[in-house]
Ligand binder design. Structure first.
Ligand code: ATP
Ligand code: MG
Length: 452
């Protein structure tokens, strides 16, 4: 096929997946150019396992459908040139070379134009490290110095940063997200332009913003990026602005609220719900600050943080499970949980063992992020986990559903249906978890009879 401009092929061997290889070969044998492209090429050059393989090709969507007529295909986004093909059980996205037309509202191209040139497709991509294509025959096509930037660990826009960020403001967040995930820095001009254009984030849908924020929070370099660029986090969550530089005036805290928050996020395991909870756990601190004898206090900050977090999570259109769990974790992040069976059972009942386990992670991260002194408190969480494991192992009762007596049994004993049944079950659970009665049906019946 005629090339628009001479391409520089770099001889290199990359181990692409068998299904990607099969797709490229099939397209090639039908006379089309086809490459693995984007994130998978970047990850392979870095020696990492790609999340998925994307294919870019000169064939038009209807031609792609014809080439893969013997396979199961899904017309994922025909308008945008994308066909998903199932190859050996693997879904593979195959997209026609595209050049994006004019953009409107800083997010959507007015129209997508298909092209027969891979160079057009690479030019529309966001960053040099994401703008490389590869197949075994041609080797690597790197038109913008992507390999060089990968070597240096730099995120740099393809073309002029201002123009690219104005076309699609999501790229601003993607720059920081990739820097966080890959441990890269951001090229000075790209970073300057990103910061200058942060206001454009307002035009983006909540879903796209949240998806990038989540990935940023989970990056191995999240601490550096969040500390170096607080304005980016605050552009997404303006509620955190007062936390930046907020001196806690408290001997247990050596960091300001924002720095403490970032350190808590990054001391959490790599779990999106936990990290989101850590990001918002102290968001209410500045509003609840009071000073007594020169020492800062934040009475009621958990409730305030919950209230603000609820607003933030709803604005970001976070799913209900995440929202509710984050709010529960924030609510309970501060009080001390005594390392004794009775309290642990109460928490297991109130939160579920899963959420209690997350709460212990959050509390540990919170302590670690206060000061080296407070990190010593971590032993208590190990002890609580040991007690939890013992309760689970012995199948001990910590919730109403585990009681040897249920609501129907109570009704059979002559308790009238309604509120009273629930109250008696609560009382039974209290006695059983306190160790006052064994969880045995006869003993529980006896207790109920005495209550009458
Ligand atoms: P990940 O490993 O997180 O999936 P990725 O690089 O594959 O990383 P995707 O969001 O899956 O990221 O996008 C695939 C490719 O599509 C990118 O590598 C990039 O070339 C291109 N791309 C995605 N989003 C944009 C965008 N907003 N603007 C320009 N190019 C984009
Ligand atoms: Mg991807």
């Amino acid at each position: 096929m005629e090339k628009k401009s001479p391409l520089k092929y770099i001889i290199m061997y990359l181990k692409i997946s068998p299904s990607a290889e099969k797709a490229i070969n099939l397209l090639a044998s039908s006379g089309y150019a086809a490459y693995a492209v984007g994130g998978c090429v970047r990850d392979l050059i870095m020696g990492e396992e790609p999340n998925d393989f994307d294919i870019t090709t000169s064939s038009r969507p209807e031609e792609t459908l014809y080439v893969f007529r013997d396979f199961k295909t899904i017309e994922t986004g025909l308008k945008h040139g994308t066909v998903t093909v199932l190859i050996d059980g693997d879904p593979l996205e195959i997209t026609t070379f595209r050049s994006d037309g004019e953009y409107k509202d800083n997010r959507h191209p007015e129209k997508v134009e298909f092209s027969r040139h891979v160079s057009d497709d690479l030019s529309r991509r966001d960053f040099t490290v994401n703008a490389m294509a590869y197949n075994h025959d041609d080797g690597l096509i790197d038109l913008f110095g992507g390999t060089e930037d990968l070597k240096k660990g730099v995120i740099r826009t393809v073309g002029e940063a201002d123009k690219r960020f104005n076309e699609d403001a999501l790229r601003i967040l993607r720059a920081f997200r990739f820097a966080s995930q890959k441990g890269f820095s951001i090229a000075p001009k790209t970073a300057e332009s990103a910061l200058r254009n942060l206001h454009l984030l307002e035009n983006l849908s909540a879903e796209r913003v949240y998806s990038e924020l989540k990935k940023l929070l989970l990056g191995k370099n999240a601490e550096r990026i969040m500390l170096d660029y607080p304005e980016v986090i605050c552009a997404v969550i303006p509620e955190l602005k007062p936390a930046v530089g907020f001196d806690q005036r408290n001997p247990h805290h050596i960091y300001d609220v924002y720095t403490h928050t970032v350190k808590a996020v990054c001391a959490c395991p790599f779990d999106p719900v936990l990290r989101l909870a850590a990001l918002l756990h102290d968001v209410g601190k500045p509003e609840t600050f009071s000073l007594k004898d020169g020492v800062g206090h934040f009475y009621g900050h958990s409730d305030k943080s919950m209230e603000i977090a609820k607003r933030v999570l709803e604005r970001l259109k976070v799913d209900n499970y995440t929202k509710n769990t984050v709010l529960t974790l924030i609510k309970y992040h501060d009080p001390v949980i005594p390392a004794e069976e009775r309290s642990v059972k109460r928490y297991m009942n109130r939160l579920t063992p899963e959420v209690l386990s997350m709460l212990l992670d959050l509390k540990g991260a919170d302590n670690l992020a206060q000061s080296p002194e407070c990190a010593k408190r971590l032993e208590i969480y190990t002890e609580i986990r040991r007690i939890m494991a013992e309760i689970t192992e012995k199948n001990e009762c910590f919730s109403k559903s585990q009681l040897a007596l249920n609501g129907d049994d109570l009704i059979a004993l002559g308790i009238p249906r309604g509120k009273r049944v629930g109250q008696i079950l609560d009382a039974l659970l209290e006695e059983v978890t306190a160790g006052n009665i064994e969880n045995e049906k006869d003993l529980l019946i006896e207790f109920v009879k005495k209550l009458q």
